[in-house]
Design a protein around this ligand. Structure first.
Ligand code: AMP
Length: 420
């Protein structure tokens, strides 16, 4: 079904064509008509599903039907957990609204940067405000913004906002909104806390569930290279150069590890930048922009800093270290293989990380092909220890780490099967 059948106005359809989208994603097919009809929405969807366009397009359609002239009250409030996601949502809303007349004004506000410039930007009024909860409350307390004309509230990545302790802030903000309004809630997971929040918030919501988290993982070719810890950086350089990878997102578990790896890559002329919590907002934004523009080849990130980062069609994600929480693996690799494109998720796995590899496989319900690169073979490929010692280990159990390599192995790459 093409976008033109969903009831969106021509300026929005033009923006969709500009973005190069030809068919609506599953969440867009369901969300756009529901939001256009004024329904509340409860959507189980994570980044990568096209959820931003799923809410932004119909919202823009609705608010562009009525103009407030120069007196611009905030009519759409979008709350997000992180600065990065706020910035990206703001960018998307601007992009989708580019052909609307009169033009709508969108502003993005988040903490960690000076508040004064944000206050100045809000002065002339804005139609769509994208905000992180804490900074929004600061701005409200300084009388920089009023929320009494909000028609639509969007809670994006609601589960992360709760994880990050924003529940009280969110409740305070909701209390300032008009009683009658449209509410859209997006969340990847539905904990008890989310359920509590939605009960008081949503009225007869249309419920949408798209592709459970793991399907993104199915589009992605996943390989674990078994390697000694001390050889990981060198192996990464080798893989990048040998395969001529151009845009690589690399995950490390620590900020320090991210810095060290970035230095190492730059030393061998692989242009890299790190983004993590210790970097200033300016440094993070410019690293991300440089990466998107192709000036920076490798972006090294920690999980927290990478949350919500959206780079269309990212071809390679590398786990320099496996995440300790298997859910983070799914989040990480969800950044590649988007919109039907094939992606590759490479994990560099040292002996001590085998238990984490097994936990990940359990979660995704799929075995990850274990391989080795000639010259970088792991010295220890003993059977992995289970994460929690089994009560009665069966002696003589065959090791299960030496599985045949997957068939989609590019011929040019010299790889050897683990343990073969
Ligand atoms: P989101 O889940 O909103 O973060 O979107 C994920 C990515 O998919 C973004 O890079 C969008 O630009 C892209 N996208 C959204 N809708 C479509 C579509 N209908 N066709 C192709 N790409 C899309």
């Amino acid at each position: 079904m093409p976008f033109s059948t969903l009831g969106l106005s021509d300026p929005l359809l033009r923006a969709i064509a500009d973005a190069g989208y030809t068919t609506p994603s599953p969440i867009q097919l369901q969300a756009i008509p529901a939001v256009l009809n004024g329904h509340d929405l409860l959507a189980a969807a994570q980044t990568g599903t096209g959820k931003t366009a799923g809410f932004a397009l119909p919202i823009l359609h609705r608010i562009s039907q009525k103009s407030y002239g120069n007196n611009r009250p905030v009519r759409v409030l979008i709350l997000t957990p992180t600065r990065e996601l706020a910035a990206q949502v703001g960018e998307s809303v601007g992009k989708y609204g580019a052909h609307l007349h009169p033009r709508l004004k969108t502003e993005v506000v988040f903490g960690g940067v000076k508040i004064n410039p944000q206050m100045m930007r809000l002065r002339g009024g804005v139609d769509v405000l994208v905000a992180t909860p804490g900074r929004l409350l600061d701005l409200i307390s300084q009388n920089a913004v009023k929320l009494d004309k909000v028609e639509t509230l969007v809670l994006d990545e609601a589960d992360r906002m709760l994880d990050m302790g924003f529940i009280r802030d969110i409740r305070k903000i909701i209390a300032l909104l008009p009683k009658k309004r449209q509410n859209l809630l997006f969340s990847a997971t539905f904990s008890e806390d989310i359920r509590k929040l939605t009960t008081g918030l949503l009225v007869n919501p249309v419920k949408i569930e798209v592709a459970p988290r793991n399907t993104a993982a199915e589009l992605v070719e996943q390989i674990a290279y078994l390697v000694n810890k001390t050889n990981k950086a060198e192996l990464l350089c080798h893989l990048i150069k040998e395969n001529n990878w151009q845009q690589i997102l690399v995950f490390t578990t620590t900020k320090h590890g991210a810095n060290r790896l970035t230095e190492r890559l730059n030393k061998v002329n692989i242009k890299a930048a790190a983004i993590h919590g210790n970097k200033s907002q300016g440094a993070r934004t410019s690293a991300l922009a440089g990466f998107k523009a192709g000036e920076i080849r490798v972006l090294v990130a920690t999980d927290v800093a990478a949350r919500g980062i959206d780079i269309a069609l990212l071809p390679h994600v590398v786990n320099f270290e496996l995440p300790r929480a298997p859910e983070d693996y799914v989040h990480r690799i969800g950044r590649t293989g988007r919109a039907g494109e094939e992606g590759q998720a490479i994990s560099l796995v040292s002996h001590d990380e085998y238990p984490f590899l097994r936990l990940i496989e359990k979660l995704i319900g799929k075995n990850i092909s274990r391989e080795q690169i000639a010259g970088f073979e792991a010295s220890e490929i003993a059977p992995p220890e289970p994460p929690k010692p089994a009560r009665s280990p069966r002696p003589g159990r065959p090791s299960n780490h030496s599985r045949p390599t997957s068939s989609n192995q590019p011929k040019s790459r010299p790889r050897t099967n683990a343990g073969a």
